[in-house]
Write a new protein. Sequence first.
Lengths: 172, 49
Amino acid sequence: MILTPRLRKLALTAHVTSSVGWLGAVAGFLALAVVGVASEDAQEVRAAYLVMEPIGWFVLVPLAFASLLTGLVQSLGTTWGLFRHYWVLFKLLINVFATFVLLIYMQALSSVGDVAADPSADLGAVRNASPLLHASFALLLLIVAATLAVYKPRGMTRYGRRKAGEHVEPIP
Amino acid sequence: MTERLVKLTNVRTPRWVKLFGIVALLMVVLLVILLATGGHGPGRHMLGR
């Protein structure tokens, strides 16, 4: 079903807002991860790891799903389609992959928070490079997705070529 | 428009797609290995232990 121009703009606004919001939230999360690894202030280090899980559940996960759902609406509701152009397909794969890893990683963030909340755990045990590595990787993936969305590099999938070919005469 | 569609139907798979495909495949394989071996988690990156 093709969206009307007004609905298409609304869907596009929702998709850009949620996707860029996700990227920004990951950047903020990365800042916390840097604080956790580099700060000399013990309370600041513990606080950084303690807020990671709520940020994950209340900001990252909702934005990831919002980006995925609005992306599906945007592609299926326009002539771009979901599987016709490689850049759309790769954006979908990046989104699904990042959301899947995020959901798995939420368990890890819970244990990171538990260690940070334990007053008997020394600062060396609280510090953890895992959030820094994962947030850096997520940021990289989301920047690649944003770049694909802006540049829209050429290239149609076999399915897309077949669909396009249904509307034109074959070249002799 | 018709001319553009005819051109698109003849386009070969671009190089960037092949590159992205290889990187994506490697990432998925890496994720599967890490999850299957159970050798992945926050404890892997603890700094002070």
